[in-house]
Write a protein that binds this ligand. Structure first.
Ligand SMILES: *Cc1c(COP(=O)(O)O)cnc(C)c1O
Length: 382
């Protein structure tokens, strides 16, 4: 079976973790600041705060952005559940924005529409969370003036975009957003087992997130060398030294990973060039974006193809090709429907109807991609 994604773990990664196991610190030790510094170098942001996963990264960023009960945040519906759920952890409301039907990305006019809807509902919108879906970046330059005019904090969900760049700056540099969040789940570009990070250029926010990720404990040496103060509710959102050592080892290879992913994307694009029109390559995004491809998600018109997506997926699976759908629009989930009722977001629905993520990971061989495409051609009789 060729899965849609998988990690690439090599002997040096294993050795890096083993070294931590032989050291004094398993959790908060020297690998934490080392990985944080490496993330600053990767993104160009001034501060990086690592944490237990990409979901807690979103939660930490939202807390530091001051989002709480009575507030609302705008989230594109075409994302993973976590982007919206983290807003709910803060007791705030989610206002779902639509996305482009071809790219799945939120654009300025979608944000404007969501702001107008929030106004009608008398919601107090304080943040917006653009999502760089599949590694292609949202046009942050177009969103920024809108966010400024409406006094919104921008939190870019970069879970798919580790190593992507837009407008000449790395994703998560903090040039366009107040915070950017990352995930190091094994299907993402670098694997830490579990892991996440927030980047920001604001030193106070970084310091606050470091305290909140460890129970809200702030050192209080004036009260004794042992003392700490808890001013604010914290959590245990720490990343371990074991995970940071793995992530650091993986980060050393990120250029190779991104390069190999780009090669497979180019190969897919070439092999799919002569497929019938119901089958289209993934849509590119804003000008000036250099994606680090996390997913390869072509657009397939299953109605025109005369085959349901479920049948297509099952027949590929029978032949050993794994696929996944990224994503079911979050606003259609029962939890959110119960909260906010039926919302019409036609772009998100149209994107969803046609999307299917094919296998893409650095360990794939050219023959694997060729097999995937040949299998698809066989299944659709092309
Ligand atoms: C994976 C992912 C997350 C959550 O990251 P975890 O590390 O799995 O908690 C958040 N947003 C998006 C877009 C993701 O793909």
């Amino acid at each position: 079976m060729i899965p849609y994604g998988r990690q690439c773990i090599e002997e040096d990664d294993i050795e890096a973790v083993a070294q931590v196991l032989r050291s004094d610190f398993l959790t908060t030790g020297p690998k934490i600041p080392e990985f944080e510094a490496a993330l600053c170098a990767l993104t160009g942001a001034r501060h990086a705060v690592v944490c237990s996963n990409g979901t807690t990264a979103l939660h930490l960023a939202l807390i530091a952005a001051g989002i709480g009960p009575g507030d609302a945040a705008i989230v594109p519906s075409m994302t993973f559940l976590a982007t919206a759920n983290a807003v709910r952890y803060c007791g705030a409301d989610v206002v779902f924005a639509d996305v482009d039907a071809d790219t799945g990305l939120m654009e300025a006019h979608h944000l404007e529409r969501a702001l107008a809807r929030a106004k009608d509902l008398s919601l107090n919108v304080k943040a917006v969370l653009p999502v760089h879906l599949t590694g292609r970046c949202v046009d942050m330059r177009a969103l920024k003036p809108l966010a400024e005019r409406h006094n919104l904090k921008m939190i870019a969900d970069c879970a798919h975009a580790v190593g992507s760049a837009h407008h000449g700056t790395p994703a998560g540099s903090g040039l366009y957003e107040d915070f950017a969040t990352f995930s190091f789940h094994p299907v993402k570009t670098i694997a830490a087992g579990e892991g996440g990070a927030v980047t920001t250029n604001n030193a106070e926010h970084a310091a606050q997130m470091r305290i909140i990720r460890s129970h809200g404990m702030a050192p209080a040496p004036q009260n004794g060398p042992w003392a700490y103060d808890m001013q604010e509710l914290g959590y245990n959102y720490r990343m371990t030294d074991l995970q940071c050592a793995l992530a650091l080892s993986q980060l050393k290879k990120i250029d190779r990973f991104i390069q190999r992913r780009a090669e497979i994307v180019a190969l897919y694009d070439r092999l799919f060039a002569d497929l019938p029109s119901p089958f289209q390559r993934p849509a590119l995004c804003c000008t000036d974006c250099v994606p680090a491809w996390h997913l390869y998600a072509p657009r397939i018109d299953f109605t025109a193809l005369g085959m349901s997506r479920a049948d297509f997926v099952l027949r590929l699976r029978e032949k050993g090709v794994g696929t996944q759908v990224h994503y079911i629009p979050v606003h259609t989930q029962p939890y959110y429907k119960n909260l906010y009722g039926d919302i019409a977001l036609p772009g998100a629905n149209q994107y969803y109807e046609r999307t299917l993520s094919l296998p893409l990971f650095p360990l794939m061989r050219d023959e694997d991609a060729e097999y995937v495409v040949q299998t698809i051609k066989d299944v659709i009789g092309a």
